[in-house]
Ligand binder design. Structure first.
Ligand SMILES: Nc1ncnc2c1ncn2[C@@H]1O[C@H](COP(=O)(O)OP(=O)(O)OP(=O)(O)O)[C@@H](O)[C@H]1O
Ligand SMILES: [Mg+2]
Length: 278
């Protein structure tokens, strides 16, 4: 199975990264029968609470591993499985099946927790930037898509996302402040690509405008300016709708809410453009 690993990344907070990851996973699994792995790579754990009820999350925390364990228990994920190294952490230790769809698609999740933020306090450690890549290695072919919801702060977590990914999707809320983050992000990606061999390099899939409300005064002019500066902007844009927020809170994608068809079609069009760009 060919797998596309995509990080949803922008160092600007609150631009729709988690909302897009959540709804895109649903769209791909439900409408394209895809096998999807969604990875919550943000200590805020918003994606985890989007997919899991409070009880399901607590249950997972008690019995299973979460993404931060790949940093705290690295001795168990590198090196061969042996008598001495029986406790190798695998994807299976962390993954929870969130949903099966009638067409054969499904969504698996690797949840996060606040503990992931303590990774940022550490400065060293073996293969600290390679851990996400390591844990996905050899397991990728179970999935058509791996979507990584990244944290907004630039850190060693960001480098993990870059190393593990084939593509970067950049959500941008078209307001004057959000637009400023793009050159910074592009610069980090360029540095990453220069420092890495082909296999580890990433390609920017594109910029996707999110939470677009054209009735807001400056939105048209910010979009126009961004179109002048960047050639890789999705022709679709994700429109503002309150039901994205409520949906995430109630573990529902936009498709499962009572949003008007036009909003569901809007996200669907983005999803189809996403697939066509891979
Ligand atoms: N298309 C949309 N329409 C309306 N509200 C939205 C839309 N997309 C996201 N939101 C809301 O905007 C807020 C920020 O979205 P989200 O959490 O997805 O951003 P983020 O980039 O993941 O944030 P962070 O950087 O904190 O991780 C949330 O309250 C979310 O429900
Ligand atoms: Mg988020």
């Amino acid at each position: 199975m060919s797998t596309n690993t995509v990080s949803i990344l922008n160092m600007k907070g609150g631009v729709g990264k988690t909302t897009i990851t959540f709804n895109l996973a649903y769209f791909l699994a439900n409408e394209h029968n895809a096998k999807v792995l969604a990875i919550d790579f943000d200590p805020q754990a918003n994606l985890s609470s989007g997919f899991l009820t409070y009880d399901a999350y607590q249950n997972h925390r008690r019995n299973r591993k979460v993404i931060s364990d790949i940093f705290t228990q690295i001795e168990h994920i590198v090196g061969p499985v042996s008598q001495k190294n029986q406790k190798l952490i695998t994807l299976e230790d962390m993954v929870v099946r969130v949903k099966n769809f009638s067409g054969g698609g499904f969504i698996d999740l690797i949840p996060s927790e606040l503990e992931l933020s303590s990774v940022l306090e550490r400065t060293g450690g073996n293969n600290i930037e390679d851990r996400l890549k390591l844990i996905l290695k050899d397991k990728k072919n179970r999935y058509n898509y791996i979507l990584i919801d990244c944290s907004p702060t630039y850190s060693v977590l960001t480098n993990n996302c870059l190393k593990a990914s084939d593509y970067i999707l950049i959500p941008v809320k078209p307001d004057p402040f959000s637009a400023r983050g793009i050159p910074l992000l592009q610069n980090k990606i360029d540095i990453h690509n220069r420092a890495n061999t082909n296999e580890d390099q990433v390609r920017v899939l594109g910029i996707i405008f999110s939470m677009v409300d054209d009735s807001v005064r400056y939105v048209q002019s910010v979009k126009a300016e961004l179109f002048r500066e960047h050639s890789n902007i999705f022709s679709q844009e994700i429109r503002h709708n309150e039901l994205y927020s409520r949906g995430l809170f109630e573990n529902k994608s936009i498709f499962e809410t009572n949003a008007q068809t036009t909003f569901k079609d809007n996200f669907r069009n983005f999803g189809n453009e996403f697939i066509s760009k891979l």
